[in-house]
Design a protein around this ligand. Structure first.
Ligand code: RIB
Length: 300
């Protein structure tokens, strides 16, 4: 199964805190860690650990952090020939994680915004022979929109994780095979907190299927024929960072291997749940065998 990820690559600075700071509050962190992240890179790493053949198209800065991040992607077995080295600083994410595993993230995009369509176009042939193109929104919206148009022309299936959510032009929705927002992103895109109504709105705009991730509550799936609500697995939460990224990779891989949507959602829920049990972004993502064992242990 071949996948191309077009998206962000960040260095994450993660602080473990007793509680997430309130407005105007200064608190001391209990731990600090610098590790590879970025929604695009996390999804690429997760796809690769789950057995997909992955190319990453993204941008880092011409600096030490950029070099570390490219090396780390390559160590994951990802084709990094699509990673541009730009004259800007590498993207950073500042993450606070509380004792229950909840987080808040502030991203400085840096080089991620230097990823332009000329660069993406040069990998058109690779995109054409891939099963899926997976995008998020930590890069310029214009690059996201044009990449979707290009992938559609090549006949490659498009999965969009609209994170962070920003308005998209209407003509793009019918080109999306699966859109995977969380509850907050769905509300921002549709103006409603009602998950079913929000999902229906996206279907009406033309997407083929919607999966709304609901954290530890599981997810809600809808396409033009059916709806599926699936509970999440109960695990001891350590850090929810990259759980959504892992879920997306799990769903893609499972569908790519020919599973039906129900089985793919269950597999994705398991990948997300396992990711929550460990600290960090890419550091916490399981390999295929761990997911298989987990699912076996949770067979009803
Ligand atoms: O989805 C988690 C990711 O969001 C982090 O790794 C951070 O880099 C931000 O992009």
């Amino acid at each position: 199964m071949k996948a191309v990820v077009i998206g962000s690559i960040n260095m994450d600075f993660t602080m473990g805190v007793e509680h997430l700071p309130a407005k105007g509050e200064t608190i001391a962190a209990r731990s600090f860690k610098e590790s590879p992240g970025g929604k695009g890179a996390n999804q690429a790493a997760a796809l690769s650990r789950l057995g997909a053949d992955v190319m990453m198209i993204g941008a880092v800065g011409r600096d030490g952090m950029g070099e570390i991040l490219i090396r780390s992607l390559a160590r994951e077995g990802i084709d990094t020939s699509g990673v541009k080295v730009a004259d800007a600083s590498t993207g950073n994410a500042f993450i606070s994680v509380d004792e229950a595993g909840n987080n808040t993230i502030v991203v400085y995009p840096g080089a991620n915004y230097e990823l332009n369509m000329d660069w993406v176009e040069s990998f058109k042939e690779h995109i054409q022979v891939s099963d899926f193109v997976i995008l998020q929104m930590e890069i310029a919206v214009d690059t996201v929109v044009k990449s979707i148009e290009m992938a559609r022309k090549q006949g490659t299936r498009v999965i969009l994780n609209p994170a962070p959510a920003r308005p998209l032009p209407d003509h793009v929705y019918p080109m999306i095979d699966i859109i995977i927002p969380n509850e907050t992103e769905l509300a921002l895109l549709t103006g409603t907190d009602d998950i079913r109504a929000g999902a229906k709105q996206l279907l009406k705009k033309g997407v083929k299927a919607v999966v709304v991730t609901l954290g530890d509550k599981g997810c809600f799936y809808a396409d033009h024929d059916k709806e599926i609500t699936m509970e999440g697995f109960e695990v001891k939460a350590v850090d929810s960072t990259a759980a959504g990224d892992a879920f997306i990779a799990g769903l893609t891989v499972s569908l790519g291997y020919g599973d039906d949507i129900k089985a793919a959602i269950r597999f994705a829920n398991a990948v997300g749940a396992l990711t929550v049990t460990k600290a960090g972004a890419q550091d916490s993502i399981p390999v295929y065998k761990e997911v298989e064992d987990f699912l076996r242990r949770h067979e009803k």
